[in-house]
Design a protein around this ligand. Structure first.
Ligand code: FES
Length: 388
């Protein structure tokens, strides 16, 4: 029999036995009751980094003919802090399929009474269609985050920020602009926003009003598909950036928008000899036409069907859809957050077979060595066997 006192043996078998013994010991030695501090750190961490956010839709409002802002409050009474520019990953169950999409927060990081996300219609968009057509105030949603590294750094980035946005890529900038201007931060912002038409431009009125009120915010809307008096027409090219940003080498550049626009801006900044360290890019989901990405296997159309084996289960997957999409559609639960190859949450081990890895998958060296893939950025190009 152990030499421990019987009381210690009994308490030691309790759910919180070890903590209770420690607290009794401390009380005996110092007379101090530390039981009130139990799990304080754990509770604080859970409050700042909850594994799930339980959200309720408080308001929905159109911000353009194809986009709505959705305001979300916390069912748990507390929304964690975030950096302006970060996103949350919103989960939905649609026709029996549980999936998710990351949405940048567009609300100011200086207030957390609500989070605001902006959802724009996308051709054939599975989740955006559901959120725009079916969601109503009072509905409940789950999300994880806030997450992401697309935000300005008050120390390491220039005080002169140039935001190059396109389409719904405006949303993280709206959060950054609101945060800076509403708090009176000492920062100069130039926003060049590309939109097909004036009507399709999101937050145009609010941004115009901000530009009138704040001398440190300069806003230009550039329309690609229509010409309007007093507005610029064309694309976000090098000449246009130079015309609006006099001290081009003294700024930090932030890019967010559709893949084509991002590539266009990347080339423009290269032409202007902006160093890579002064450029920040938001990852923007996975492309819907992956077969057009450089390196895609010749002769494959994106329509080929392959089989994926996961333990005893076998599912079908299309080459043009990510492994993650195939898994979700078959009811396999995968941890996800960014859906853009950045967070590593969706990684699975590839036991056999071949995948095409899309650009932007930030796979860790160790993961690569042990055959892990980011399922959100991997496309099946043969039959696969996966292990979780
Ligand atoms: S969900 Fe983040 S890397 Fe795939």
């Amino acid at each position: 029999m152990s030499g421990k006192p019987i009381k210690d043996m009994i308490i030691g078998t309790m759910r919180n036995g070890p903590e209770t013994l420690k607290e009794l010991e401390m009380a005996k030695k110092t007379g101090k009751d530390i039981s009130q501090e139990r799990d304080v750190v754990k509770k604080k961490v859970a409050q700042y980094h909850p594994s799930v956010l339980h959200l309720v839709v408080s308001e929905i409002e159109a911000v353009s003919p194809i986009a709505k802002r959705i305001r979300l409050v916390s069912e748990d009474g507390y929304l964690p802090p975030f950096e302006a520019g970060q996103y949350i990953n919103v989960f939905c169950e649609i026709d029996g399929v549980r999936t998710s999409r990351p949405y940048s927060l567009s609300s100011s990081a200086k207030q957390r009474a609500f989070y605001e996300i902006t959802v724009a219609a996308v051709d054939g968009g599975f989740v955006s269609g559901y959120l725009l057509q079916c969601l109503k105030p009072g509905d409940r949603l789950e999300a994880n985050g806030p997450a992401g590294v697309f935000h300005y750094h008050p120390v390491f980035h220039s005080k002169k920020s140039v935001f190059l946005g396109g389409g719904s890529g405006i949303t993280p900038f709206v959060s950054m602009i609101r945060t800076v201007l509403e708090s009176g931060e000492d920062r100069e912002i130039t926003l060049l926003y590309g939109s097909r038409t004036e009507e399709a431009a999101m937050y145009h009125e609010e941004l115009s009003a901000f530009a009138k009120k704040h001398s440190n915010f300069h806003y230009t809307l550039i329309l690609s598909d229509e010409e309007k008096e007093g507005m610029e027409h064309g694309f976000l090219n090098a000449a246009r950036i130079q015309a609006h940003v006099p001290d081009i080498l003294d700024c930090t550049y932030y890019l967010c928008g559709p893949a084509v626009m991002m590539e266009f801006c990347r080339k423009a900044l290269e032409e202007l000899q902006i160093p890579g360290r002064s450029i920040r890019r938001e990852v923007f989901g996975t492309r819907r036409d992956i077969w057009n990405e450089p390196g895609w296997p010749e002769g494959m159309t994106g329509e080929e069907i392959f089989h994926i084996q996961i333990g005893e289960k076998q599912i079908e997957a299309k080459s043009g859809e990510s492994v993650l999409t195939a898994l979700e559609r078959s009811g396999v639960r995968v941890n996800v957050c960014c859906r853009s190859g950045e967070c590593s949450l969706c990684r699975v081990q590839l036991v056999s077979g071949k995948v095409f890895t899309a650009q932007g998958a930030l796979l860790r060296y160790a993961d690569e060595c042990f055959g892990y893939i980011h399922s959100c950025k991997a496309y099946p190009i043969s039959d696969l066997e996966l292990r979780f």
